[in-house]
Write a protein that binds this ligand. Sequence first.
Ligand SMILES: C[S@@+](CC[C@H](N)C(=O)[O-])C[C@H]1O[C@@H](n2cnc3c(N)ncnc32)[C@H](O)[C@@H]1O
Length: 468
Amino acid sequence: MNLPAAFRERMEQQLGAAFPTFLDSLQQSPPVSLRLNPAKWSAPASPERVPWAAQGFYLPERPVFTLDPLWHAGAYYVQEASSMFLEQVLRQSVSGDQPLKVLDLCGAPGGKSTHLASLLPEGSLLVANEVIRGRARILAENLTKWGGGHHVVTQNDPRDFQELPGFFDVVVIDAPCSGEGLFRRDADAMQEWSEANVHLCADRQKRILADVWPTLRPGGTLIYSTCTWSPDENEANVAWLAEQVDLDPVSVAIDPAWGMEEIPIGPFTGYRFYPHHTRGEGLFMIAVRKAGYAVRSAVAGRSRTSRHKKSNFLTVGKKEQAALSTWLHAPEAWTLTQEGEQVHALPTAHLADLERLQEHLRWVTGGIALAEIKGKHLNPMPGLALSTHLQTNVFPHVELDHATALRYLHRDEVTVPDAPRGWVRVTFRGVGLGWLKNLGNRTNNYFPKEWRILMSVDDPDAFFTLPV
Ligand SMILES: C[S@@+](CC[C@H](N)C(=O)[O-])C[C@H]1O[C@@H](n2cnc3c(N)ncnc32)[C@H](O)[C@@H]1O
């Protein structure tokens, strides 16, 4: 591996005698890991667990995940193992099971957002943000497939969150960085590396931290991470933040066998992952607390619900409301709102918060994408087929075999001889994939064009799926 000279020099200094072992580890192929979606799949994905994440598993080799319908169904997320350390940091830095309002600021493609969606206490609200438009759409797709509904996807610059002072209990910043920790996986990250770029990244990270700081409530937790080893982007930024604002330390208990390194930064502790010590890629993560105390914002948000203020959300007509609410298994928990032809179900407990978010932020999607109103017809939207809140017995379903499921995901026409006419939910191993409409002599495939499989789905030897 042709490492940039300045990087090599710095790492040699940073690691001392361990440098040759580090170099060796960069020659090895990166471990393959995934995280199950416990709301959709419970059987272990392999005998080898990621020790710091309850749903994390290592696979012996990298399969073609695209050829597993369960991957499209959001039954799991392919995620680098070190990143799953978020679970320890979150669990150990927020106490109890009170609902939280959480911002995942740099969210795409959705590894941490989908993880947060699984980890947050019931009744929490997740705002998954991504500044780049195309990437925000991918984030929305991945959260839709994950199947929850207590989230909003926004596409905003970090400074836009200043309009929401003290709003969040937890802010996660998985910052754009020089990507040193990904060198063995991603040749481009190595090509693009330069000392100048490290400084550029460090400056940008400071800007992001400063811009987003006001939206964290006093007493709230900031989780900051990068996938780089450069101290300028990690410990130096934490030290810099501690000079600007009042921070309290948060410590995370780790098992020494996991192999991450504890880095003291004044009174704070960061956690660094090196590939020669942990089974994962390079990562830095730290939690700190905003000094001070404020009423938990989740509670404050609810008490701000005004009985006098008219909602900004357009609610659906009575007839549609009556029909559509039967599609969800706890309809009382959701408020159905309409924008154009589309109906979304938003968590009622967070309506006041969601109105504030809608006033100040650019929404990509929010809640459960439920239906489209086409004249007299109510057409279920793709998100509903993937939602864990769907009242499944409202629609007939057909279970597809592996080859047919892949053809469905390829957007080919599939035949379903025994299915009733009309909307049919297709499943693979019991997990929802999408809709088709059975017209009797043929079917229409309603899997979204932009999500379809582009590669050939004709080679059964390449098929992959999780064990039962
Ligand atoms: C490390 S990636 C996030 C990965 C994501 N958290 C996950 O776990 O899947 C950093 C993200 O920050 C976004 N980004 C780039 N510049 C940014 C900026 N100036 N402010 C905020 N986010 C930015 C990138 O588009 C990228 O999606």
